[in-house]
Design a binder for this molecule. Structure first.
Ligand SMILES: Nc1ncnc2c1ncn2[C@@H]1O[C@H](COP(=O)(O)OP(=O)(O)O)[C@@H](O)[C@H]1O
Ligand SMILES: [Mg+2]
Length: 293
């Protein structure tokens, strides 16, 4: 690996030996979250990475379902015109009358008319389809264009404990809207060498949103996904990421397994499709980590 290409390395916390053994042992010790006696106001979290295919949508649906399993009221927002989140929850995205597009562009549109319940108790969805691709163009000429999603979500924030926004793979206006509406960001990152530079670029964008639009925004964590412990490459990249970003990296690491695409095809979260699989375990552990951060 070419050291010069790597992001700056913080002073390492934890011995190198610990970093070399990237199990999630510490996170698995985080105790079960206490049940809630009342709900809201929601903490809004964007799932962001400008690269596609890194596990944003999979992490949104899996983390959301795991949080719902811990008794949290969760709203998932599909902010990608591809509509993959909606499809992953078994929604026929092309037959929808009302989507996030209407919510962003029509002030008369009521969010309650757009929200769908899912097959998972406590888990609701604001669906999207290809219509949303027009929203970016339409919003550009609007005053307060970066705040459209925050405005749209406001009426239901008190009804949920967590809102997770699944972003499209770009740093365009839809993603800026998601970041403006959020208190937190989770960065799913494929355990691949070239992913490192992408995360550095994304951090620049997040810093700009913090300074210009949303001073409350914080990075909750970087989530290593598609990890394959059998390859030296995967292990090396994970070690580098942990050294570079330190505590910002979740203890939970999502391994590569065909169970995730299988669950997506079935239109179910992994926690419902294969509840006792290691993938479901990992996202329950991530849910505990997120609640503890
Ligand atoms: N941990 C994983 N192991 C194997 N396949 C995965 C994993 N996470 C996601 N996938 C699959 O990889 C593809 C891209 O994942 P997705 O979550 O849609 O990424 P993104 O939303 O960042 O584009 C999908 O087919 C998904 O089912
Ligand atoms: Mg996606």
């Amino acid at each position: 690996m070419d050291e010069q290409e790597l992001p700056p390395v913080d002073s390492a916390d934890g011995a190198p030996d610990e970093a070399a053994e990237p199990t999630a042992s510490q996170a698995s010790e985080i105790s079960e979250p206490a049940p809630l006696t009342s709900h809201g106001p929601a903490r809004i979290i964007s799932m962001v990475n400008q690269k596609g295919g890194v596990g944003k949508t999979t992490s949104t649906v899996s983390l959301g379902a795991a949080l719902a399993g811990y008794g949290r009221r969760v709203l998932l927002v599909d902010s990608d015109p591809q509509g993959a989140l909606s499809v992953a929850l078994g929604v026929n995205a092309y037959e929808l009358d009302l989507t996030v597009y209407n919510l962003l562009t029509d002030p008369q549109c009521h969010i309650g008319d757009v929200i769908l319940s899912t097959g998972v108790e406590g888990l609701d969805l604001l669906p999207s389809n290809i219509d949303l691709s027009a929203a970016e163009v339409q919003l550009v000429s609007e005053v307060g264009r970066e705040h459209a999603l925050a405005r749209a979500l406001a009426p239901v924030v008190d009804e949920y404990d967590i809102v997770l926004i699944d972003c499209q793979p770009s740093l365009g206006l839809l993603t800026v809207n998601a970041l403006t509406a959020s208190q937190g960001v989770i960065i799913p990152m494929e355990t691949e060498y070239f992913a490192l530079r992408g995360v550095a670029l994304l951090k620049d964008t997040i810093d700009k949103v913090i300074s210009r639009l949303n001073p409350d925004l914080q990075i909750i964590g970087i989530l290593a996904t598609m990890y394959d412990p059998r390859t030296l490459h995967s292990r090396e990249v994970l070690e580098t990421v942990q050294r570079a970003f330190g505590d910002a990296v979740f203890e939970t690491v999502i391994h590569r397994t065909v169970k995730f695409p299988d669950a997506a095809v079935a239109g179910e979260p992994i926690t419902a499709f294969a509840p006792s699989s290691s993938g479901a375990d990992a996202y329950r552990q991530l849910a505990r980590e997120v609640l503890a951060r």
